[in-house]
Design a protein around this ligand. Sequence first.
Ligand code: PMP
Length: 384
Amino acid sequence: MNPLYTAMPTTIFETMSARARATGAINLGQGFPDSGWPQDVLDAAASEILTGHNQYPPMPGIPALRQAVATHYQSHQNIDLDWEREITITSGATEALAAAIFALVSPGDEVVLFQPLYDAYLPLVGRAGGVPRLVTLRPPHWQFNAEDLAAAFSEKTRLVIVNNPLNPSASTFGRAALDLLAGFATRSGAVILSDEVWEHVHFDGAEHVSVLSVPALRNRAVKIGSGGKIFALTGWKVGWMCAAPALTAVLAKSHQFLTFTTPPALQLGIAHGLGKPQEWFEAMRAGFQRSRDRLVAGLAAAGYAMLPSAGTYFVSIDLAASGISLGDAQAAERLLAAGVATIPVSAFYAEQPVTTTLRLCFAKRDAVLDEAIARLSGARDSLR
Ligand code: PMP
């Protein structure tokens, strides 16, 4: 047996969700919405199951979906993609991450990552034999500077993994940060793997800046997206990798022996969804922003200091600024006992964790948020 797996703990999301189910707690831990998905996307996929071709689709993805991804990014992010040579459909962003990391990392290669880290990155880098070089981001801004990058990059750097918008901190990297990263990546000949699954969930009128829209990175970056995230259908696991043709050729080979392909009806459902009008995406964002504001207002009124949330389904309680000296894991235990599951952000660090923030998912119906606010308000005095 591979010791990487025998020693590996179960992911914090699974652990917290299982405990929420067992105790009847409201689950603001795992990031799944409980409403807000588009009925026409469900109908499109359902009709494909009943009347479509339910056999193996082409390995790089059904042409209609690859074309829809290209058209979508052209109109939403002004990126030109050749659907035949630059897009590979995968079974969710998770498979895209695995395929890209296995394709781009050889044993001994250094990989620059930013913590807090989405939980899949480090195990996948480890399995590829990569050597992680971590840059630590801290609240409240969660940004890096040239000094941080200089300490992490070397002539052995082959890959940089960036998540934008960043889960769990709900922060974003703008043009200046990506330009800075581009300079370092170019000098060491590294590729940037940009996990952009949250690209549509950004707030307060801000624009998403994709790695592929930075000219210096157009041929040196892989952009990962997820249809499940865009349409609040997280169980669907339809994702993709977009990259220049030379990179895509290698990524597709890695994908072919991971899952080979992805259910055709779900691919066609997502293809339908990507063509929805601009207003649908704006309304979707506005809906999540309203939920964010509801949870933040309720918790602020109860005496919790909240960190900013520029995107994703998440917002964090700043324990330190709330005058709470408990560590995040201990605070999460107390809140679970009070009936609300949250995620301690320290779980997203591999070393020297920030232990002063707790992540909450606000992508829930108003009644669920209101009950969570009531329970968290009641528990406020137990957190000292
Ligand atoms: N990357 C990040 C940053 C995520 O938050 C998630 C989902 N929580 C994923 C990847 C996985 O996406 P998918 O469900 O499409 O595999």
